[in-house]
Design a binder for this molecule. Structure first.
Ligand code: KMH
Ligand code: ZN
Length: 284
C-alpha cells in the first residue's frame, strides 16, 4: 500500500505523441527546448508525470537513443516530474528499437498490452514482445505503465502478471487509452467494463480519451475514482473547434475537473511513492 491519500489525483501529461505533425500544429512541443519548457509549465499547473515521445531535427518521431538520454537528463534537471518514456513510439518503429528505449533509463515506460488497429495502421505489440519488454523493465528497475487500448488488453495484463509477477516497485499502474479508431470506444460504459475487468493486482489506473472522447472519459474516470492523462498527444482542441493553446492549459483543465470531484493534484514526490518508481536521488 502507498501512503498517498485517495483525494490525490495523478495527472499525467502526454505533450507530443507521434501522430501529429509540427506543420499541422506549430504549438506541439517537438524540440528539446519546447519539451522542457512545456514540462516546467505542466508541473507548475499540477502534473506529476510526463509521458514522452521525442522528435528529430525535422520534427519527425524518433527513438534515437542519444536523444532519449538527453531528454531524460534535461527533464530531470528542470523538473521533478516522473519521466515516462514511450515504448510505443510510432506505428512505424521496429520492435527492437522500442526495446532499446529502456537503455535511456527513464523512471517509467509505457507498455501496451496487445496489438491494436490504429486508424488505418496497426500498432503492433505481439505477446512475445510484451513479455520481453516487461521482463526487461523488471531487470532495469523501470516501472511500466500498462496501456490498455481494448478489453482484451485488460485480460492480457492478468496473464502477464500471473506469469512474470509484479513490476519493479511492486505497484501496478495502468492507463486506459480510449477512443482510438480500432480500440475500445471512449465512453463511460467502456471504461466501467474495463475497470470491472482489471486484475486484482492493479493498484491504480488512469484514463485518457482521444479527440472528442477526452471529456467524457475524463469525467467517467473521476466518477470511478481513477486518475487522468491529458495532453496534445491525445487531443488538439480545448472545446469544439477551438485549438488547444498549450499542454499546460489541458493540465489546468484537469485540475479544475479534479477539484469538482474533490480531488487535488498529486505531488511529484507522492507520485513516486504511489507508482513505486526509484527515488529522485537514485534516478538522478
Ligand atoms: N503512438 C502510438 C502508436 C505509447 O506511447 O506507448 C503508440 C502510443 C503508445 O502512443
Ligand atoms: Zn504515447
Amino acid at each position: 500500500m502507498s501512503d498517498v491519500p485517495a483525494e490525490a489525483l495523478l495527472i499525467t501529461v502526454a505533450p507530443t505523441g507521434a501522430e501529429t505533425t509540427k506543420a499541422d500544429c506549430p504549438r506541439l512541443p517537438t524540440t528539446l527546448e519546447e519539451l522542457v519548457s512545456t514540462a516546467v509549465d505542466c508541473e507548475a499547473a499540477g502534473a506529476a508525470m510526463i509521458h514522452v515521445h521525442i522528435r528529430d531535427d525535422d520534427h519527425r518521431p524518433t527513438l534515437d537513443l542519444a536523444r532519449l538520454r538527453d531528454t531524460v537528463t534535461a527533464l530531470r534537471e528542470a523538473t521533478d516530474l516522473v519521466v515516462q518514456l514511450s515504448t510505443g513510439g510510432s506505428v512505424h518503429d521496429p520492435l527492437d528499437a522500442r526495446l532499446r528505449v529502456l537503455d535511456a533509463e527513464p523512471d517509467s515506460c509505457s507498455l501496451t498490452m496487445g496489438t491494436t488497429n490504429f486508424g488505418d495502421d496497426v500498432f503492433s505489440n505481439p505477446w512475445p514482445f510484451v513479455c520481453e519488454l516487461y521482463q526487461l523493465s523488471q531487470e532495469r528497475e523501470i516501472v511500466p505503465e500498462f496501456e490498455l487500448f481494448d478489453l482484451g488488453h485488460v485480460a492480457a495484463l492478468g496473464r502477464l502478471l500471473g506469469r512474470y509477477g509484479p513490476p519493479y516497485g511492486g505497484r501496478v499502474h495502468c492507463d486506459f487509452v480510449m477512443g482510438v479508431p480500432g480500440g475500445m470506444p471512449g465512453t463511460a460504459d467502456a471504461l466501467v467494463a474495463g475497470v470491472a475487468a482489471l486484475p486484482a493486482e492493479v493498484t491504480s489506473w488512469s484514463a485518457t480519451g482521444i479527440g472528442r472522447s477526452t471529456l467524457p472519459v475524463a469525467l467517467a474516470s473521476l466518477a470511478k475514482g481513477g486518475h487522468l492523462r491529458v495532453g496534445m498527444e491525445d487531443v488538439l482542441t480545448i472545446s469544439r473547434g477551438v485549438p488547444v493553446d498549450s499542454n499546460a492549459q489541458l493540465v489546468q483543465r484537469a485540475v479544475g475537473l479534479g477539484a469538482l470531484a474533490q480531488r487535488r493534484p498529486m505531488s511529484t514526490a507522492e507520485a513516486r511513492d504511489f507508482l513505486g518508481t526509484r527515488s529522485l536521488d537514485s534516478a538522478r
